[in-house]
Design a protein around this ligand. Structure first.
Ligand code: 5AD
Ligand code: SF4
Length: 446
């Protein structure tokens, strides 16, 4: 007897909830495409669904506890439903998930998503516990259908996994080894996206700039970036996340010569202290990092620079923190994401001494964020009076403002007096009239 009524003529329904980075969000878009291709129908709430998918993140904090808490919530009105855990917590916890949450039937990490159709068949034929947990793969997850959530900006994963071994990071254990897609398949996907109306592409990868074309064409990241930007119909190309070690001058040269490549580079530094960078096994020094920043600053394009910072890594002294603060001041980042170091399973940093107390990490984070806030107020003020092209992403009913994004990835909220047409997805020139720490405001000029 089959456990699920899946073999009838009735359409099978699923709900998916996603946590984590853009890679995870885009994985979910591909998982949805895969399920739709298998004849499943997506619904908006877990209550309506027969199958509930939960795509999880384990990068920081008490991610695992949060996942089990949410799984418990799902269970409450989950009679007769099937539960599936995907993503980084699935990979990290593996079959332990079945012990802690016995109502879960499927556990699958991102390196095994190609096996999802097969795993679903196993579920449909009555298997209570199915897993996709192998990290030993050369495959990337490419789907004939991708159900894209954002109607204006399309994501393309060009490289999966990570071959680095930063001492704090769980990703090499959750996403497996680096695998790049062929340049031909990336270009084909870009062409298809233009055909379906997209003009902005964001290339994704854990280390996006470590891209290496596995086909004989042999493109490096800069070549791929340049060529994606040359696909007719493409107006904007972004990419994230870059690793400083693999950040070559060719990337800046491509931006310099190709107007569709956006004026923005996200280059996570993590710490301004070479001593901590070494303990983190980041494979570059403060000076080597700053050389990359110099290339950007020497460019004729006004390239916005953003970064990630971790405070309170084991052994971080007051002097190391000062080095990070001085780096913020020297680079003058347009924005940063800053985090308190958190212990992650399997990682090398667990073995280090001198773990910093939670209170001290909180104090250091506040200092970093306060410093950066002052820098952003200063930097954003310099845009007042300029005219910036915005891609319109939304409309704020409460304020009557359109929500635009500049090439530099800054939010620019603007009014368009007299105009009542729908601007969503279009490009509008906006004069900046005001600036705050996190956004700009202005008025359309066309
Ligand atoms: N603790 C704190 N922050 C972390 N990050 C990654 N792992 C950890 C960790 N264990 C941060 C890094 C990375 C970003 C995605 O998350 O800054 O660049
Ligand atoms: Fe989170 Fe990293 Fe996994 Fe993305 S890859 S979901 S950030 S742990």
């Amino acid at each position: 007897m089959l456990r699920f009524p899946y073999n009838g003529n009735r359409v099978k329904t699923f709900y998916i909830e996603t946590f984590g980075c853009q890679m995870n969000a885009h994985d979910s878009e591909k998982v949805v495409g895969t399920l739709v291709g298998q004849g499943y129908n997506q619904v908006e709430t877990p209550e309506e669904a027969e199958l509930v998918f939960y795509n999880t993140c384990s990068i920081r904090d008490k991610a695992e506890q949060k996942v089990f808490h949410r799984l418990q919530q799902f269970k409450r009105d989950g009679k007769g439903k099937t539960f599936a855990v995907l993503g980084c917590v699935a990979q990290q916890e593996g079959e332990k998930i079945f012990e802690k949450a016995p109502h879960v039937s499927l556990v699958c990490g991102s390196a095994s998503y190609n096996k999802l159709p097969e795993l679903l068949v196993q579920l449909e034929s009555g298997n209570r516990r199915v897993t996709g947990l192998s990290l030993d793969t050369h495959d990337t997850f490419e789907t004939p259908i991708t159900r894209r959530d954002n109607p204006h900006r399309a994501y393309i994963t060009i490289i999966e996994g990570c071959d680095k071994s930063c001492a704090y990071c769980v990703v090499p254990f959750t996403r497996g080894p680096e695998r790049s897609r062929t340049s031909a398949s990336v270009i084909a996907e870009t062409l298809e996206l233009v055909r379906s109306g997209y003009s902005e592409i964001q290339l994704l990868g854990q280390n996006v700039n470590s891209y290496r074309d596995p086909s004989p064409a042999g493109w490096d990241f800069a070549a791929l970036l340049d060529n994606v930007g040359r696909v007719p119909g493409i107006r904007r190309v972004r990419f994230t996340t870059s690793h400083p070690r693999d950040f070559v001058k060719g990337i800046i040269d491509a931006i310099e010569t190709n107007p569709t490549l956006c004026n923005h580079v996200h280059l996570p530094v993590q710490s301004g202290s070479s001593r901590i960078l070494e303990a983190m096994q980041r494979l570059y020094t403060r000076e080597e990092y700053l050389r990359r920043i110099e290339w950007m600053k020497a460019s004729s394009r006004p390239i916005a620079i953003s970064t990630d910072i971790i405070v309170g890594f084991p052994g971080e002294t007051e002097a190391d923190l000062e080095a990070t603060l001085a780096l913020l001041e020297e680079v003058e980042y347009d924005s940063i994401f800053s985090f308190k170091y958190s212990r992650r399973p399997n990682t090398a940093a667990l073995e280090l001494g001198d773990h910093i107390s939670e209170e001290e990490k909180t104090r250091r984070l506040a200092i970093v964020q306060e410093k950066q806030r002052a820098i952003q107020i200063r930097r954003n003020a310099a845009w007042v009076g300029t005219v910036e092209e915005c891609m319109v992403e939304g409309f704020n009913k409460a304020t009557g403002q359109w929500i635009g994004r500049t090439s530099q990835n800054k939010l620019l909220n603007f009014l368009r007096p007299g105009g009542d047409e729908d601007l969503l997805g279009s490009y509008v020139d906006v004069r900046v009239t005001r600036a705050g720490p996190n956004s700009l405001a202005g008025e359309a000029v066309n």
